[in-house]
Design a protein around this ligand. Structure first.
Ligand SMILES: [Zn+2]
Length: 398
């Protein structure tokens, strides 16, 4: 196929060549799982993805085209789901160190970064109202301080600054961090625990499209609860594993010639081949964050943003718009919020409130063993509560 310029593999860690390790479920710790996609299935999906984006893409040398076909988590493996809690994940996968190093050493050309910044800023503009709504309720200062973990090219940092927010980003990737610095954006290059920010100094911590790529999400949650002030918010955007597993299941029941709409819908939402370490659902995130003193305030079903104008051939554009419109119709008719899985939503934006403690100035750490108190102003009924709000180790989520 014609190569898509942008990401440069020279000098970067190739995860395909790394050894594989079997891992347990990150949410409930169970080692039991069920196969959702074999390595052969994933290879076939990748082949479809390449042909799907090769022919209709009218401007090949673009960041968006590269992003839709080549992923860091591209290596051959299986996609499984935990039989105890339903978490979707890649298993086996390369060791944690190799995954972390792969993101830090990814190389990009300049055109890719500039195009990606324009795309990301356009997308960030749509996310501002969600965060602004919660900041209006919880932020006590006129200029809220926001920390973004995994800032990439800085589109959200830039958009946040135009809103008058005090933005700070953390990014392990050398090329993208340098790109942010060149544009005067406040970025720390490295991992969150290396940044040494002042405890309790942020009104919000946002993690767009990064949480699912962390081999172990717990260190980030430990840091977030310390860095947020009382009542601050944590925003996590994740690919919805429940949606992927549900669509694959229906697709497998259809004759091969009828599967294209499912493949197109998954491809348009960056879910085909499932290029992420984990596919969390809303109840799994709720369980995972609860022990750190967070409470789910809202869960917003979402899709991947449309391809920018002028990048797709007219018929491909029509196909993308039609499939995504169908997706929205299905989501409207069947929001699936009672099952708390939101299976009709490819992506989820989840907002969590950090619990309050009386002794914040003395000890900002709020974790296991501390009973948090929540603000009734921020919390709204998400329908995601389960009896006792506790994990049932035998039966999973009710
Ligand atoms: Zn599990």
């Amino acid at each position: 196929m014609r190569s898509l310029a942008g990401k440069d593999s020279a000098g970067a860690i190739d995860l395909e060549r790394q050894p594989r390790v079997r891992i347990a479920c990150q949410v409930c710790g169970s080692g039991r799982f069920r196969l959702v996609c074999s390595a052969e299935d994933i290879a076939a999906q990748h082949k479809f993805l390449e042909s799907f984006y090769r022919s209709p893409w009218s401007r090949q040398n673009t960041a968006t085209a590269t992003d839709r076909v080549h992923f860091t988590q591209d290596y051959s493996t299986e996609i499984v789901t935990c039989t105890d809690c339903g978490l979707l994940y890649r298993n086996p996968r390369p060791p944690t160190q190799a995954v972390t190093k792969a993101y830090a050493t990814e190389r990009y050309d300049d055109e890719y970064l500039r195009t990606e910044l324009a795309t990301q800023q356009r997308w960030a503009r749509m996310k501002v109202p969600l965060l602004a709504r919660y900041l209006a309720q919880c932020a006590k200062r006129s200029r809220p301080r926001i920390l973004e973990v995994g800032s990439f090219v800085g589109g959200f940092l830039l958009e946040g600054q135009t809103q008058g927010w005090d933005m700070v980003g953390v990014e392990p990737g050398h090329d993208v961090a340098a790109f942010c610095r060149e544009r005067g954006l406040p970025i720390f290059e490295g991992m969150l625990d290396e940044a040494r920010f002042t405890p309790g100094s942020f009104d919000a911590v946002v993690v767009w499209n990064t949480f699912d790529q962390l081999p172990d999400p717990r260190p980030l949650l430990e840091q977030a609860v310390v860095l947020l002030r009382n009542g601050g918010v944590l925003v996590l955007r994740v690919p919805n594993g429940a949606c992927f597993a549900w669509m694959l299941r229906i697709r497998s029941l259809l004759p091969r010639r009828c599967r294209r709409p499912f493949d197109v819908a998954l491809a348009c939402n960056n879910l085909l081949t499932f290029p992420y370490l984990y596919g969390y659902s809303a109840p799994q995130l709720e369980y995972l964050t609860e022990s750190y003193g967070f409470r789910l305030a809202t869960c917003v079903p979402d899709q991947v943003v449309f391809t920018p104008p002028g990048h797709l051939a007219w018929w491909a554009l029509a196909e993308e718009r039609t499939v995504n419109a169908l997706f929205r119709v299905i989501a409207a008719l069947w929001p699936d919020d009672r099952s708390r899985q939101y299976r009709s939503a490819p992506w989820l934006d989840c907002v969590f409130e950090r619990g309050c403690t009386d002794r914040e100035s003395e000890d900002p750490k709020l974790g296991l063993g501390v009973v948090p108190v929540y603000s009734p102003l921020v919390f709204e009924d998400t329908g995601l509560k389960y009896p006792g709000n506790r994990w049932n180790p035998n039966g999973g989520f009710p």
